[in-house]
Each structure stands twice: as C-alpha cells, then as structure tokens.
Design a protein around this ligand. Structure first.
Ligand code: 2RA
Length: 330
C-alpha cells in the first residue's frame, strides 16, 4: 500500500514509521510529508533513507492511506480534501473530527468494526485510548455506571518539544539554574501541573472533557458518568491513570482480573507482593497497556473497583492505534 504520513518529523510521525515496520504492514511506498521548513531534508527510517516532501493535497490523495499527525486546524482543512471521492483513506490523530457523528472514533480492540468502509477515521486522545483498554472490557462484563479518573500524563503528550523541555528542565533544575517553560504552563521537571489543554466554562480542562466525550462515543455508552482530573507529570512517554468505577453488576477483583487477562492489548501487572504494578518505565515502548492494583472500592463495595492503568502515550495513545486501524482496512 502507498502510505503517507503528514507530520512525519514529529514524535508521533516518527513512531508511526517504526510501528509500520515492526508490525510488517504491507508498505509499497512510504511518503513523508512535513512543513516547508523540513521539506527536502532526508531522514533515516526503518524503511531506509527518505527525502521529506512538502505537503500537497494532490500528493496525499495519491496515497492509499494517509496518517495525519498534525494539528486539528490542519486536519480540519485538509482531511476532507484528501479523503474526498477518489482520494486516500485518512486516519487523523487530532481532535478535529472526534466528536463529529459522521466520523468513527476507533480503538480497534473495542469498536474496530466502525472503521470498515470509512474514508476518514479519527484516532482518540491518548488518555482515553489507554483508559479504555481496561475500562471497555470491564464495562462489557460488569456495566460501568460511573467512573472517576485521575491522570498522570507524560511529557510526550506535548510532542517531541515537550520531551525536550522536560529533559532540559531537569538539567537546569539540577544545575541550580532557573527552569524555563514554553510548551507547558509551568516548569515540569520536579513538578506536577494540573492543567492540560484549555480550561472550560465548567472548570474542567478540555483534556478532562475529552475523556468523557470519547469514552461515551467509543463504548457507545452515553449514559456513563465520568469525571477526570488530568495532570502533567515529569515522566517521558507513558501516561498513567488511577481509576475508580461503580458497576451495575457485582464485581470482584478476581473476576475483573479474569476479564482483563483475556482482553486483547492488555497485560495484567497485578502482583503487589512482588512489587508488580503498572508503571511508566515498564509500560514505555510496549504495545500493551498495563493494568494492576485492582482492588474492591472502599466507597462502592461489591459494585466497585479501584485500579491503575499505564500505557505508552506515543504507541497505544497514538501511533500504534492508528496503524491498528489501518490494519483493519487492509
Ligand atoms: C496530552 N492528551 O497528553 C494530550 C496529547 N494528545 O497532552
């Protein structure tokens, strides 16, 4: 297949190339599109040395599948043109179309069938995709009524520049220098920032609202109640999430473990006696999302659970999920 990646020099674009290679995706041509600034430069990839091309709608339409790893504004303008009659299938990483009823929002393990026959498919926010790997199978088995989520989101959520800012900030802090911040609202190194994306009128951030909106759409469960507190933490590339759920049907930690052990794309990391639980360092660079610390909720008793989830933000939260969507279409 002729594959195009727009935003190929960014963190998600780079991971997408690697995931296509690692999963043996049938790539016959790989075209990397980026801004005028990067066009003409060569880049070393798992598919060899490739010259970056300037983006044009015509070139993108000549592909079979185009991955968009760019801003929502860019996607809003160009995705419909690329996907229009005779063009390519577009898999969009941005939030531009996620809440559009006509556009499927897909996590292949959960609602992959929604992608079939579509020309424009939206990839969820990383926080939602990682959460739903655990939440959706539990919802299917026990019916999730309400959920409370607290996130611990890595610097990679702000792209390659976010990762660089964390690294530089840590060096500056340890050298006793002032820590500078530009991608994040405050210095991130040795800090936590309870502010991701813009604040909404209801006091939640857009990042927090995305988790609710996208969970309902992907699980096809408009009745689920969910609130989220999203926090940026000084980890590099895996998001962690503490989750409390209230279920419609009784649930035990053992029953939940049985469900999650069978869930595709999930690794149970739940043996506290042996210090085994999900962590950013163990979840980084892995395809599976780790789930552990599963216990009966002290608030909801036998109709509630607390658990902890951790997944690679650049993989299941972005590149891997988009390649899995493409695999559904092949
Ligand atoms: C973040 N969820 O972590 C965003 C990235 N898509 O900043």
């Amino acid at each position: 297949m002729r594959i195009g990646i727009v935003g190929a020099t960014g963190a998600v674009g780079q991971e997408t190339i690697q995931v296509l290679k690692d999963r043996g995706f049938p790539v016959t041509e790989l075209h990397l599109f980026a801004s005028e600034r990067s066009a003409g430069k060569t880049t070393e990839t798992a598919f060899g040395t490739i010259t970056i091309e300037p983006f044009s709608v015509d070139a993108a339409r000549g592909m079979d599948i185009v991955f968009l790893a760019v801003s929502g504004d860019f996607a809003k303008e160009y995705a419909p043109q690329i996907a229009a009659e005779g063009g390519a299938v577009v898999i969009d990483n941005s939030s531009a179309f996620r809440y559009d009823d006509a556009v499927p929002l897909v996590v292949p393990e959960i609602n992959g069938r929604r992608a079939l026959g579509q020309k424009l498919i939206a990839n969820p926010n990383c926080t939602t995709a990682i959460l739903l790997m655990a939440l959706a199978p539990l919802h299917e088995a026990f019916g999730v009524k309400r959920a409370i989520v607290s996130t611990y989101q890595a610097a990679s959520g702000a792209g390659a520049e976010g990762m660089t800012e964390l690294e530089q900030g840590a060096r500056q802090y340890l050298a006793g220098e002032p820590v500078t911040a530009s991608k994040f609202a405050h210095p991130l190194a040795f800090n936590l920032i309870p502010h991701i994306d813009s604040f909404q009128d209801n006091g939640y951030t857009r990042e927090e609202m995305k988790v609710l909106w996208e969970t309902r759409k992907i699980m096809e469960a408009p009745e689920v109640l969910l609130s989220c507190t999203a926090v940026r933490v000084p980890t590099m590339r895996a998001h962690a999430e503490a989750v409390t759920i209230e279920t419609r049907h009784p649930v035990t930690p053992a029953a939940a473990r049985e469900v999650l052990a069978k869930a595709q794309g999930v690794t149970l990391a739940d043996d506290p006696a042996n210090k085994l639980y999900p962590m950013p360092l163990t979840a980084s660079s892995k395809y599976d999302v780790e789930v552990g610390r599963i216990r009966e909720s002290l608030v909801f008793g036998e109709t509630g659970l607390d658990f902890f989830v951790c997944g690679d933000q650049l993989l299941k939260g972005a590149a891997l999920n988009t390649v899995q969507i493409a695999e559904l279409l092949v």
